[in-house]
Design a protein around this ligand. Structure first.
Ligand code: NIG
Ligand code: FE
Length: 415
């Protein structure tokens, strides 16, 4: 099956080197302002050919002339609308049971967000059957596709027993290649002295690094840990991440969400692909990130839903840090699956331009997952393409809350 999308008013490729006439085609004269637009590799009056699950060709609409009688080819007339790479959501927690809308409502009435809320989702997830979790997950995947997300990562972390963590890893693996083992999400009650049990949190860390990792490793690509007061100490985090890395897993870190801490430093030291949240960064964290390959993944839905201060993404980009945006879709701190929503908030409240926010939601997410097959539209890339109901990518931030995704192709298939 081949698809030719033609008459594209604005095509975002994220491959600026392949676009020579960017300045003139942007209609801005010879000089393009340094607002991040140049990295989008924008083409005007463009066309894209999808062949099977790959992008086969990108060029001018004028030179894309299908041959009569080409039965195998669907021609889609974009009628001047914008086409962008599918969003890469590099951070979600989509396998869970239960509902925490009451907790959200009480937060909006003034209560603070606390990591302990995770345990109510753990109880509901343990009580749910595989089929209940699978059905709900399928609903989220449909929601993601409808909003233009074509690649997504999913973490475990609401099971916290060997069997339940393995179950969540297996279920997540049914819908994505990028599954992350997050046994070190919080210490479950049966191991936590502070909650009246006889257990010891360090024994839980040993379980995570041993039998739980053994059970989950065959189903996952990544290991993650929540390095935060109320969750895991830097020493405990290091044990978990080093154990995962020794099993060949890539490293990711939840860090610096609820306060300043060692998450960023540890992530860089361990060569993590990404450190996520980064709501509270020190003056040392920023240059250290800039000098590293570790992507800084910001999660605007979290600050929105927990009423915490927004991190300064402008400062990070200006320092040369690779910034990704992701939804962190989960029932506690950020129950949105919408990357357009994240783009709007990051633009309005975190100092990114619309172009930078789009780059961070596509190419930035791909960098956070260390993938070069997604996050761009170029020959050989996976055919993950989104047609907007808008003439330009700027509308993603300019028209917040409006469903602007007209059509999504995932690996060449129209969803
Ligand atoms: O990424 N920070 C830790 N974990 C999730 C929150 C999970 C929850 O509240 O259920 C997060 O924000
Ligand atoms: Fe998270």
């Amino acid at each position: 099956m081949r698809t030719l999308i033609t008459n594209i008013g604005e095509l975002v490729t994220n491959t600026p080197d392949a676009v020579s006439d960017n300045a003139s085609s942007a209609g801005l004269g010879a000089r393009v302002p340094d607002d991040g637009t140049a990295r989008l590799g924008i083409r005007h009056n463009a066309a894209v050919l999808l062949d099977g699950d790959r992008v086969a060709w990108v060029g001018d609409a004028a030179s894309a002339r299908p041959h009569a009688g080409d039965d195998d080819l669907e021609v889609v007339d974009a009628a001047g609308r914008a086409v962008i790479p599918g969003f890469v959501d590099s951070h979600t927690h989509l396998v869970f049971g239960g509902d925490r809308s009451a907790e959200f409502a009480s937060r909006m009435a003034g209560r603070p967000y606390e990591a302990g809320g995770i345990l109510s989702t753990v109880a509901a997830t343990r009580a749910a059957t595989d089929d209940e979790l699978r059905t709900r997950l399928a609903g989220f995947v449909a929601e993601l596709h409808a909003q233009g997300t074509t690649t997504f990562e999913i973490k475990t972390g609401y099971g916290l027993t060997v069997n339940d963590e393995q179950r969540l890893a297996r279920l997540a693996r049914e819908v994505t290649d990028d599954v992350t083992f997050l046994g070190a999400h919080v210490v479950p009650p049966e191991f936590d002295n502070g909650m009246g049990s006889d257990g010891d949190p360090d024994d839980y860390v040993s379980l995570v690094c041993g039998a739980m990792l053994d059970a989950c490793a065959p189903h996952v690509r990544w290991v993650d840990a929540f390095c935060e007061r109320g969750a895991f100490s830097p020493e405990q985090t290091r044990r978990v991440l080093e154990a995962g890395a020794a099993r060949g897993l890539g490293v990711r870190v939840h860090g610096n969400q609820l306060g300043h801490g060692d998450g960023v430093r540890l992530a860089i030291e361990l060569g993590a692909a990404s450190v996520d949240h980064c709501t509270y960064l020190s003056d040392d964290d920023v240059p250290a990130l800039a000098a590293s390959d570790t992507v800084c993944t910001l999660l605007p839905g979290v600050e929105f839903s927990t009423k915490q201060p927004y991190p300064d993404a402008r400062r990070l980009v200006d320092a040369g840090v690779i910034v990704a945006l992701a939804s962190d879709c989960n029932p506690g701190s950020s129950f949105t699956s919408s990357m357009p929503f994240c783009i709007a908030v990051a633009t309005r409240d975190m100092g990114l331009t619309p172009a930078e926010a789009l780059w961070s939601s596509t190419a930035g997410g791909a960098a956070a997952l260390r993938r070069d097959d997604v996050g761009r539209i170029a020959p050989g890339a996976r055919a993950d393409v989104v047609m907007l109901r808008a003439p330009s990518h700027v509308h993603l931030a300019y028209r917040p809350g409006v469903p602007l995704v007209a059509r999504t192709w995932v690996a060449g298939l129209s969803i």
